[in-house]
Design a protein. Structure first.
Length: 304
């Protein structure tokens, strides 16, 4: 059921461009072992997060549509993931209206996978997390990986970069080599809110600019609260990373994303949305609507 929204100028509808779901009765996730000790250590993420859980978290926040984001299911279940999210997208009572699913770019079977995905109108793109321990730096600059990115563009599918903040220039090289493919940078480039060295901040800022120089790249304002030290963060703590990202990409190329339920490690969904609204309150209502709704509507080709 669609979360409530009002007609107030400042209480505009929201599209959440990055929400996860996982049902541990159905799926095995590469990053989460199912033994009781591991699940307990991973809380609040070490449990199933199903559609009704997201609906409850989103209730009353003005979220009218959402885009599913892959959760790193094991390779053998990638097709099952597609079938699962497609059924949810087809359900008119569900907020979900599109999905970014798992994939293995740079591998021999990827072109066949992209062809399969391109026949499903609910599938908007692919993501493979590039900051995992088993993914060395430079993975995305390999010729096979770049060819896979070009194949996505040939089928009008996008790719989400979820990459280390010091490696954004690698992503920029990929985007430049694939001008017909649309890319999304997740989580403001994964810049930590607290504890980053000046050297890392400089690398992040330079990489952010290099990506923004590529017109086929947009950025999600997301993943910020999960990088805070604890639950005692304030909007002012988040503001430098968020404002730098918006100013670098421009208001027409940024989109709100919740990163739910990962955000719940430090914040409720409502608190995160309220904080972002406070941070951008100095911007015009038109610019705020672009961030929270209009840019996503256009980028993903969604019906209003």
């Amino acid at each position: 059921m669609v979360a409530n929204s009002t007609s107030s100028d400042t209480d505009f509808p929201i599209i959440d461009t990055h929400q996860h779901l996982w049902d541990l009765d159905l799926f095995e996730l590469r990053w989460l072992k199912k033994d009781p000790q591991a699940l307990a250590a991973a809380q609040p993420l070490g449990k199933s997060h199903r559609p009704h859980d997201y609906e409850a978290a989103a209730k009353g926040l003005g979220i009218v549509k959402s885009i599913y984001m892959e959760v790193d299911v094991v390779f053998e279940q990638q097709t099952q993931e597609v079938e699962y999210v497609t059924a949810l997208c087809k359900d008119p009572q569900n907020l979900m209206c599109g999905a970014v699913v798992s994939g293995c770019p740079g591998t021999p079977g990827f072109e066949k996978w992209v062809t399969y995905l391109s026949k499903n109108r609910w599938i908007k793109g692919v993501r493979r997390v590039l900051h995992a321990d088993d993914t060395p730096r430079g993975t995305c600059t390999q010729p096979e990986f770049i060819r896979s990115m070009q194949q996505l563009g040939q089928h009008n599918l996008s790719f989400d970069f979820c990459i280390r903040p010091g490696e954004l220039k690698d992503a920029a090289l990929v985007a430049k080599a694939c001008p017909e493919t649309r890319f999304i940078l997740d989580h403001c480039g994964n810049m930590p809110v607290h504890g980053a060295s000046p050297e890392l901040r400089n690398l992040w800022q330079d990489g952010l600019k290099a990506l923004a120089d590529q017109e086929n790249v947009v950025c999600k304002i997301s993943g910020i609260v999960a990088s805070t030290q604890d639950e005692n963060w304030r909007p002012a703590d988040l503001k430098p990373v968020i404002e730098t990202t918006i100013e670098t990409f421009g208001i027409h190329r940024v989109m709100f994303a919740s990163d739910w339920p990962v955000c719940t490690t430090r914040s409720s969904l409502g608190r995160w949305i309220s904080a972002l609204k406070e941070i951008v309150t100095h911007r015009s209502i038109e610019q705020q609507r672009r961030l929270f709704h209009d840019n996503a509507l256009a980028f993903y080709g969604l019906a209003d």
